[in-house]
Design a protein around this ligand. Sequence first.
Ligand code: HEC
Length: 129
Amino acid sequence: MAAPVALLRPGTPATRGAGIACGRRSILALLGCLMLLSPGLQAEPDALRQRQLDNLLLQDCGSCHGLRMTGGLGPALTRQALADIPRDSLIATVTHGRPGTAMPGWNALLDEQDIAWLVDQLLQGYPRP
Ligand code: HEC
């Protein structure tokens, strides 16, 4: 009978083999690893979170940028208005705000994935027609 894994020292062939077998178990597991390791492949917020963020975009961002993102206290955030601004710099602005202006940083309330999703909504054109 094989010894229970817990009794094996780390790095023995049996535990190394288990690690490789796990990694090969399925393409889905491999994709899962890739999504965790690669920032470019981050998963989207789940459906509930997307609804919350959608609401935030309208209520909070919209209070300064206009309910249709055509500008108010803050500049327009329409697809056309943002077309020439790199995605990374939009993400940085939403994350850290613009010190000395009314634009607050959102990193206390939102994580990276949330902010990237919000920026992508704006880049795709928000609100949707
Ligand atoms: C209290 C008002 C206020 C709120 C709330 C606010 N913003 Fe802003 N935002 C501003 C102002 C003012 C600027 C322009 C800052 C400057 O002059 O550089 C700005 C700039 C920006 C920019 C940069 C636009 C550009 O042309 O470079 C982005 C992107 C942005 N806001 C997104 C958001 C998002 C997303 C939210 C909601 C999560 C939000 N803002 C909430 C006031 C606000």
